[in-house]
Design a protein around this ligand. Structure first.
Ligand code: GLC
Length: 566
């Protein structure tokens, strides 16, 4: 055998080929795309989606009963936020057992029934993987805290204080106050990036890694199609626990502003992601990341140098475009599209004010909701919806501090009212409690449920819901929207965001009027590679249309059309 065969470079090249082969397992089309590249994902907040046993809190049987609705809407996979046993301090993000279901939501048998029904409806199940921390009631933490000699001691991050009554360093919790809590049993502090009831796991300990990886295998065996990875950038801490640099001013909780360079985005994260990806690839599964990034370079890193980390790192910079501004969206889309991975689009979730409120102008909110849907369903990449977004559900923020359920909303009141507003019950019909439950729900429904609900909107061809159905149907069947390249059009237009998607010589043009006045946009498609053309509408809002290569759009109007050479 030729010694040359085994040079390190060649070995590296061979392993890369093997990696790519693994990543290209089970393609769904000639382009080598995987199921998650064609799928539409939908986030379900289980407390608030559907209440099968009418106790005021949603549950798995409730979700199962609505899978038919989700299938008809055009959803291919649901990501369920944590439904594991939990003291519910952070409404499930404090997990006390990773391999079970909280009785409030049902049982493992209910889970299996939901997954079986999902199979029938072609809806895959994605679990939330709370990887950075457990609940303080998890058996690992209870053991860890019991004694310095506990075999579980090193599963969490314990340190002595700097001096009497002083935490080990100046790190601040995301939810307010020091990120360290003193535990009198052993006289040491433990680290918690989130609430004190959410102690951070010590990912430097191989036993932690093994136990947590086994959790993913356990759920894969149960039929889940992947995980949404919670708070990935907080997995590792500087081993020397250096103080973070202090910036001027205070944050909304009254704590010093710090630059989190020693407790966030440490390089170890990528090794964990690469290893998790290997297990995911063995199971044809997808890893979605809660990846808060400040730049495209940061986002790129989460795909992995060889696209061997997260398949779908969520692009939250997109949610930070805080007004309907074509130039800002253009910039953000172009950067994400060119980042080298498959873009992942999100406009709302359980931690962010609903897009209906963020972009609504008070007069055209439904039109704007349609516009935003048209935008992120027609870009190259995978969209992740948030439940109720398809109805134009709005935030219902608490009016009084004493009504707040999310603890961070009580600490931060009134600067931060917490996240109750975006977590209210799904609006199924105009009956009491929006048809979510016959019992008073855990959070009140907003008044808009009378008009914005599944039953009413299903009967109105101009509703937000019917628009979602149309665009989602188009997205599933139009190969240009599924595969095509993205190119920006009319980049100087301050009002209309437009772009072309092109695949195998066919093009779809999308024109979105982001202004409150009627607009016309003319397209010189010859320059983009298509010959002089006219536009055949695929989906358009009332009053929007094309005459040759010119599109007319009412305020916040949407036009999606096929470019036809005549
Ligand atoms: C993530 C979740 C959020 C939770 C936090 C702590 O950011 O999305 O809801 O509070 O992690 O687990």
């Amino acid at each position: 055998m030729n010694r040359f065969l085994f040079t390190p470079t060649l070995l590296l090249a061979l392993s890369l080929v093997a990696l790519q082969a693994a990543a290209q397992k089970n393609p769904v089309d000639a382009e080598g795309h995987q199921w998650w590249q064609h799928a539409v994902f939908y986030e379900v907040y289980p407390r608030s989606f559907a209440d099968g046993n009418n106790d005021g809190v949603g549950d798995l049987n409730g979700i199962t009963s609505k899978l038919g609705y989700l299938h008809d809407l055009g959803v291919d996979a649901i990501w369920i936020t944590p439904c594991y046993p939990s003291p519910q301090v952070d409404f499930g993000y404090d997990v006390s057992d990773y391999e079970n279901i909280d009785p409030m939501y049902g049982t493992l048998a209910d889970f299996d029934r939901m997954a079986a029904e999902g199979k029938k409806q072609n809806i895959r199940i994605i679990m939330d993987y709370v990887i950075n921390h457990t609940s303080d009631k998890h058996k690992w933490f209870i053991a860890s805290k019991s004694s310095k000699k506990s075999p579980y001691r090193n599963w969490y991050v314990w340190r002595d204080g700097k001096a009497p009554n002083q935490p080990p360093n100046n790190w601040i919790s995301e939810f307010g106050g020091s990120a360290w809590k003193f535990d009198p049993t052993t006289g040491q502090y433990y680290y918690h990036y989130f609430y004190a009831e959410q102690p951070d796991l010590n990912w430097n300990n191989p036993a932690v890694e093994k136990a947590m990886f086994d959790v993913t295998r356990w759920w894969y065996k149960r039929g889940v199609a992947g995980f949404r990875l919670d708070a990935v950038d907080t997995l590792f801490e500087d081993p020397d626990l250096r103080d973070n640099p202090v910036l001027p001013g205070k944050n909304k909780f009254g704590d010093p502003n710090t630059q989190e360079i020693y407790n966030k985005k440490l390089p170890g994260v990528h090794e964990v992601l690469q290893n998790l990806r290997k297990v995911a690839d063995e199971n044809d599964a997808v890893l979605i990341g809660e990846t808060w990034t400040k730049s495209i370079d940061e986002l790129k890193k989460y795909y992995g140098e060889h696209n061997n980390e997260l398949q779908l790192p969520m692009d939250f910079m997109f949610t930070r475009v805080d007004k309907l501004s074509p130039p800002e969206f253009r910039r953000q889309i172009a950067a994400a599209d060119a980042a080298g991975g498959w873009p992942t689009w999100v406009i709302s979730n359980h931690d962010i004010e609903r897009s209906y409120n963020r972009y609504g102008d008070g007069a055209h909110n439904d039109d704007i909701a349609k516009l935003m849907a048209a935008l992120y369903f027609t870009l190259r990449g995978t969209p992740i919806m948030y439940y109720g977004e398809e109805l134009g559900m709005e935030n219902n923020d608490p009016k009084r501090k004493e009504d707040v359920k999310d603890p961070k909303g009580r600490t931060g009141w009134p600067a931060d009212k917490g996240r109750d507003g975006e977590r209210t019950p799904m609006q199924w019909n105009d009956a009491e409690n929006a048809g979510f439950s016959t019992h008073e729900p855990w959070l009140p429904v907003p008044p808009s449920y009378k008009t914005h609900n599944v039953a009413a909107e299903s009967k109105d061809p101009n509703s937000v819901l019917e628009f979602y159905r149309k665009v989602l149907a188009l997205r599933h069947t139009n190969s240009v929207l599924l595969e095509g390249n993205y190119s920006a059009l009319n980049e100087e237009d301050p009002n209309v965001l437009s772009y072309l998607r092109t695949y195998k010589g066919n093009s779809v043009l999308v024109a979105l009027n982001m202004s409150g006045s009627a607009q016309k946009a003319s397209f010189h498609l010859g320059a983009q590679g298509a010959s002089p053309a006219s536009l055949d509408p695929l989906v358009a809002t009332p009053g929007a249309g094309a005459n040759g290569p010119e599109v007319t759009l009412p305020a916040f109007g949407v036009f999606i059309g096929e470019v036809a050479s005549r």
